[in-house]
Ligand binder design. Structure first.
Ligand SMILES: [Zn+2]
Length: 285
């Protein structure tokens, strides 16, 4: 395995799903990942390595000759001096350090729904004074009726702070089908989703490891558990790419059946080559 692929693979194992306790960069970076966010993905784009945080911030790095990401256990001695570090990402167990970068940049993953100019930001759920009924009303009266509930939950105009880990966990916790169009979700369920999201986020504010389901090894009910058994119904948890950004959605088809959408009938124009038939939402992977 080439060196860069090995490093990316190690970064994924160490960082994905873990809460960031400390982020530091030897450069003026905007936007900055929010404190307490988690790493969602590490992508290898040839000479560039991208680390994606679940608050929608992406860190892009490219390296000079002999530069790259180092990964150390907390407390382990570094192979290079600290003042040479260009980016430091620290979790409970690991410290990832970028040395000899030739390019560091952060950007907000393009998502129309997240774009600040597309509307006022919703209340910050981590704030104990946030008006949860207002968030619930924003979700219930969502302006695009066909958008799925899973996508609407990430819309920062509804409420801010919900990242991908929490949206998967909240949907599982409330037993809601991720592909339910938001217009079919009752008002009481919208409130249930918002209260669950606020409860899970606030319980994890100071925690180095996210726990939403204490009875499940690892603390999360579905996120990162694809292929494993659901602790509630025993069905196998799936992962599916969703939305334009193809973010990974973890869910249980066995018990997330609330507001389940009807299958969509696909009408094919080319009857010879393209089969028509029923498509069950979520059957993408
Ligand atoms: Zn289940």
């Amino acid at each position: 395995m080439p060196d860069s692929q090995r490093v990316v693979s190690e970064l994924r194992t160490a960082l994905i799903g873990k809460t960031i306790l400390h982020f530091e960069a030897d450069a003026v970076l905007t936007p900055y990942p929010n404190a307490g966010c988690a790493v969602e993905a590490v992508k290898d784009h040839g000479p560039q390595i991208e680390i994606m945080f679940d608050d929608g911030i992406v860190l892009q790095t490219a390296f000079k000759w002999k530069g790259g990401w180092h990964l150390y256990r907390r407390g382990q001695k570094w192979k290079k001096r600290r003042h040479l570090a260009k980016v430091i990402i620290q979790t409970e167990e690991w410290v990832a350090v970028a040395f000899s970068t030739r390019h560091i940049e952060t950007y907000r993953e393009f998502d129309q729904n997240r774009h600040p100019r597309s509307g006022r930001m919703g209340p910050d759920l981590s704030n104990p004074e946030a008006d949860l009924h207002e968030c619930s009303a924003r979700l219930f009266h969502y302006d695009k009726p066909d958008v799925t509930v899973a996508e609407a939950l990430l819309d920062q105009r509804v409420m801010s702070g919900v990242g991908n880990v929490f949206r998967c966990e909240v949907l599982w916790s409330c037993g809601i089908h991720p592909w339910a169009p938001i217009s079919t979700v009752p008002q009481s369920t919208c409130l249930d989703l918002v209260i669950t999201a606020a409860t899970q986020m606030r319980a994890n504010l100071d925690s180095p490891v996210r726990v939403t389901a204490p009875d499940v090894p690892g603390g999360l009910a579905v996120y990162g558990r694809n292929g494993q058994k659901c602790v509630r119904c025993g069905d196998i948890i799936r992962v599916t790419k969703m939305g334009e950004q193809e973010r990974l959605l973890y869910w249980c088809p066995g018990c997330q059946v609330g507001c389940e959408p009807y299958p969509v009938i696909l009408h094919s124009v080319d009857l010879d080559n393209t089969p028509s038939g029923l498509q069950i939402p979520g059957e993408i992977l």
